[in-house]
Design a protein around this ligand. Structure first.
Ligand code: GLN
Length: 286
């Protein structure tokens, strides 16, 4: 089963250099390999950023020393409205939440962008402090990382072309389905009877393949699906979701100190209404 392969690949990653294994599965495409090279560069950047901040703290140059230093967040900024690029900046719901959490903890925030399937290895290896990436709480992932309290309800939905014969999740049997590599959509698509799964580095690339009739459907998270369907004519989201899920932030397994501080901050953001205000800034009420 593919799901187990993904987990096993992640296990191998625990002992190997990140760049050597970040694409995980044996079905890695050339394009995916490119992205892992980028991820490796990003990781190096994360490391040097960490060193720099340590140096700065040593030299007492910045307030980060007193405030407790810099938190390194990793994400995959191809996932609007949670994280995406805008004017050379990474913005989105997760970014605002992470900023608010860092502020609550008196820390600076540094964001590194990498392939989605490199995020858990980056946290697991200690190259990053946490991953905030619209990441679904999943028992297989919990073997490698700990999740904070959840901060959003989510769902995997199905995007098809308007007029498609696919009307419900059951109709996906035997179809060609596009997913983003290493996502829960990827795991679930693999269990669909007789379906052929095509994996892409970015959800948007899967959507492009759908518009070009190269695949029959895309399984992806609901909020990015809405953005992609809005941006591309002739697509629609099926009413019936494929699965319901919840998002949380992933930290290194056993780092209870960070986990507790983040949970405290998340609780505060929920209680004060700030979390809802962040969501409302990016997602229009229906
Ligand atoms: N929620 C999905 C997952 O955790 C997809 C997240 C993403 O693509 N950023 O696998």
């Amino acid at each position: 089963m593919k799901k187990n392969m993904l987990v096993m690949a992640a296990a191998v990653c625990m002992t190997a250099v990140l760049s050597a294994c970040s694409s995980g599965s044996t079905e890695t495409t050339a394009a995916a390999a490119d992205t892992s090279a980028e991820a490796a560069e990003d990781t190096t950047a994360a490391e040097s950023a960490k060193e720099e901040s340590a140096e700065a703290a040593d030299a007492g140059e910045e307030s980060t020393e007193a405030a407790g230093g810099t938190l390194i967040m990793v994400t995959n900024a191809e996932f609007p409205p949670y994280e995406y690029h805008e004017n050379n900046e990474i913005v989105g719901i997760d970014v605002d939440i992470a900023k608010a959490i860092a502020e609550h903890m008196g820390m600076e925030l540094e964001i590194q962008d990498m392939a989605f399937d490199s995020l858990i290895p980056a946290v697991d290896s200690g190259k990053a402090d946490f991953a905030a990436a619209g990441m679904t709480v999943d028992p297989d992932r919990q073997q490698f990382v700990d999740f904070t309290d959840t901060y959003a309800e989510a769902a995997q939905v199905i995007i098809v072309k308007e007029g498609s014969e696919i009307a419900t999740p059951d109709d996906l049997a035997g179809k060609t389905i596009g997913v983003q590599t290493g996502t829960t959509g990827d795991m679930y698509a693999d269990d669909i009877q007789d379906a052929e799964v095509q994996r892409f580095n970015k959800g948007m690339d899967a959507v492009m393949a759908l518009t070009q009739d190269k695949i029959d459907a895309v399984i992806i998270d609901r909020e990015p699906a809405k953005v992609f369907v809005e941006e591309n004519e002739g697509l629609t989201i099926l009413d019936e979701a494929f699965t319901e899920e919840e998002y949380a932030i992933a930290v290194k397994k056993g780092n209870t100190e960070l986990l507790n501080s983040m949970n405290e901050a998340i609780k505060e953001l929920k209680d004060s209404g700030e979390l809802q205000a962040i969501v409302d800034k990016y997602i229009a009420a229906e």
